[in-house]
Design a protein around this ligand. Structure first.
Ligand code: ADP
Length: 326
């Protein structure tokens, strides 16, 4: 087993509230093992450009309550090419780094696996607001994003009631409907449209109209950005088929507003637990794994069982949504 003296940590891909808590935990737990810690700026882009700085117990103080990531993040498509990753490995070697912690989502963990397959000891930390990463039931950032979506939904319902309107609210999640389904369940939507359970525009209109006929003052459809009929397409369909919904309709796309904001207690604690879990995994000699939360426990799953594996949304939640939508 390789003796670890110095590690690097980076955040990559879409930023997620709670990443800072994970950076802090990785740093402080590693320092407690008497390892040196380097922070890599701007994800894989910084790894290739050799943008690193030493992290100390003090440099990660007072960051836990901040959204985003103090290390910065970036998309770095060049990292998919092996020569670019070789350059990154050379930089790591020059900096005498024995292991790397990658805090990020699906794409970032694909990059982490590619590095692991080239011989670098890597541990991933599950972090994305989309919750589309296998190997962790819930990822860092999801809870905050969900709470932000809910706050917006609650506000929209107030104004919708005053004007007897239906609102189409589009939430993030890439190809995964988890955020939309949970926001719909917790926000009391009349219908949820997600990629895992496509719904025709006529069906959405039928559900909203049924709410109108039951005498409701407002109605809400929550739509995942990855759905075939996203909010813009549904909106266009409603305009072409005026009168089918009953309500006057309005569309709101929450977009990047869901990423910002103060991390919730849940995301701070998850960041702390998973960050600590990454250092613990390296201490045990584990590498090429993703640290996640499963059945309430911090777990490690081989990255080979995570990358390219679709995350299934619990069918029980679909059933619950269809009962409560009535
Ligand atoms: P997220 O990690 O939030 O899913 P992205 O999908 O944008 O975000 O991926 C983040 C970064 O991970 C990419 O910009 C790229 O540098 C790296 N990455 C993604 N796919 C691969 C791949 N197949 N091989 C190597 N690196 C990858």
């Amino acid at each position: 087993m390789r003796v670890i003296k110095r590690i690097a940590v980076l955040t990559s891909g879409g930023d997620a509230p709670g990443m800072n808590s994970a950076i802090r935990a990785v740093t402080r737990c590693a320092l407690a093992q008497e390892w040196d810690v380097l922070g890599v700026r701007r994800g894989y882009a910084g790894l290739v450009e050799d943008e690193v700085e030493p992290l100390t117990g003090r440099s990660v103080s007072n960051i836990m309550q901040c959204g985003g990531t103090v290390l910065g993040s970036a998309r770095c498509p060049e990292f998919e090419a092996e020569p670019t990753r070789r350059q990154a490995l050379r930089n790591l070697q020059q900096n005498r780094i024995d292991a790397l912690v990658v805090i990020g989502g699906n794409g970032s963990q694909t990059g982490a696996l590619a590095l692991a397959e080239m011989g670098l000891p890597v541990v991933g930390v599950a972090s994305t607001i989309d919750n589309d990463l296998a190997g962790s039931e819930v990822t860092i950032g999801v809870d905050t994003a969900l709470n932000i979506a809910l706050e917006a939904i609650d506000r929209l319902k107030t104004t919708a009631s005053s004007h007897q309107r239906a609102f189409l609210v589009e939430v993030m999640g890439r190809k995964c409907g988890y955020l939309a389904l949970m926001a719909g369940l917790a926000g009391g939507a009349e219908i949820v449209v997600i990629p895992e359970r496509e719904t025709s525009p006529a069906e959405v209109a039928r559900q909203l109209r049924a709410a109108y006929e039951r005498g409701k003052r407002h109605a809400l459809a929550v739509v995942a950005e990855g759905a075939l009929y996203d909010a813009a397409k549904l909106d266009a369909w409603f305009r072409e088929h005026a009168g089918q919904v009953g309500f006057d309709t309005r569309t709101t796309t929450l977009g990047h507003v869901q990423r910002g904001g103060t991390p919730t207690a849940f995301d701070r604690l998850l960041g702390a637990r998973l960050g600590a879990g990454a250092v613990a995994a390296l201490t045990r000699g584990e590498q090429g794994v993703l640290v996640g939360l499963n059945e309430g426990k911090v777990t490690t799953t081989p990255l080979t069982e995570v990358v390219g594996v679709p995350k299934i949304v619990d069918p029980e939640l679909f059933r619950l949504a269809s009962v409560l939508e009535k």
